[in-house]
Design a protein around this ligand. Structure first.
Ligand SMILES: Cc1ncc(COP(=O)(O)O)c(C=O)c1O
Length: 329
């Protein structure tokens, strides 16, 4: 039986070492641990925002941001992050759902929605890559939000260190949040961040930031992993470009992404088949749609973002293409 052995993403050697060192030298003097301050500086240098907070998870970052905003919040109808919905509901904030083109938010549709609303929503929440598979037109959306006095919150868990500087860029997002959990582009296993130029937004959730703060070991890992993010993201995007180009029908064929989504008549059966043959030394790389975090269509996802970039060689990618072509098409 054909089996392709792939490497599941783990924290880098550099992050492991930094985390070990932080563990060996606990911060016992008054003041904030240097690892926490260094991680904040690193986030600011990546997002180009003036202020940053490190928290213990991506969802904590969303919670702290949503708490500081009044609502209503505009959320995409698919291809977002389910935490947007759950946390908004938990905080009692009103949600307005925006119809998308398989997760992609069109500025025209957003404008139309705003024209028809009596109350201007306080924020639009989106992920940099819709369904992790297609880049959002973040800059255009930011300009539209700005004109309408709305805040654009970009969840950049999948796009930290974008070499094209179109995503995770504080010049066209009022607030950037991210998860540094596993498996993410900044892959520490724990943690998250918020950055913005608007200090008042951070101050409004000061109590939450105290409660949700990350430990210095996580922060040491974040700093080390963020240095590697541009390289890891580039490799992952290039691998997905290759797969999208060489596979038959895929969603958002010509868009940048870190996951590849293929339509399927029988997603459960196809997923089972793919899982049997695409092995990793950790968790899996096959997920099934319909689901809010990806697409509300019958489809299977190959989560290239979950793989160690060392195994994304041309040869391996060609084998994935050949195998998937034979299994699904
Ligand atoms: C896009 C996105 N945002 C936020 C989160 C939540 O992050 P965490 O698990 O660190 O709370 C996830 C988790 O998978 C995610 O994929």
């Amino acid at each position: 039986m054909f089996v392709l052995n792939l490497l599941f993403k783990k924290p880098s050697k550099e992050a492991e070492k930094a985390m070990h060192d932080a563990l060996k030298h606990p911060h016992v003097t008054p003041g904030i641990a240097p690892e926490i301050l260094n991680a904040q500086e690193m986030v600011k240098s990546i997002t180009q925002h003036q202020h940053a907070q490190i928290v213990n998870s991506g969802n904590s970052a969303i919670m702290a941001v949503m708490n500081a905003l009044d609502g209503p919040f505009i959320l995409p109808d698919q291809g977002g992050w389910i935490g947007f919905k759950r946390i908004a509901e938990f905080l009692g904030k009103e949600i307005i759902t925006l119809e998308t083109e398989w997760g992609i938010i069109s500025p025209e549709k957003l404008e139309l929605l705003l024209d028809n609303l009596v109350q201007v929503p306080s924020a639009l929440f989106l992920t940099s890559f819709a369904a992790y598979t297609a880049e959002q037109p973040v800059r255009e959306l930011f300009e539209l939000c700005h004109e309408n006095d709305m805040i654009l919150v970009e969840d950049a868990s999948g796009s930290v260190g974008d070499p094209e500087k179109r995503l995770c860029n504080g010049n066209h997002a009022h607030i950037i949040i991210g998860s540094t959990g596993s498996p993410k582009i900044v892959n520490v296993g724990n943690g998250g961040f918020v950055s913005t130029n608007d200090k008042a937004i951070l101050e409004k959730s000061q109590l939450l930031y105290k409660m949700l703060k990350a430990d210095s070991v996580t922060c040491a890992g974040i700093q080390a992993e963020m240095k590697l993010a541009p390289y890891n993201l580039d490799k992952t995007v290039n691998a997905c470009n290759f797969l999208k180009k060489n596979l038959g029908t895929v969603f958002h064929k010509n868009k940048r992404g870190i996951t590849v989504i293929l339509p399927s008549e029988n997603p459960r059966q196809d997923s089972r088949n793919l899982r049997k043959h695409l092995h990793t030394d950790g968790k899996g790389i096959i997920t099934t749609c319909p689901q809010y975090n990806r697409l509300m269509e019958k489809a299977v996802c190959i989560e290239i973002k979950n793989l160690n970039t060392d195994c994304l060689t041309k040869d391996t990618l060609k084998q994935i293409v050949e195998f998937v072509d034979n299994t699904l098409f």
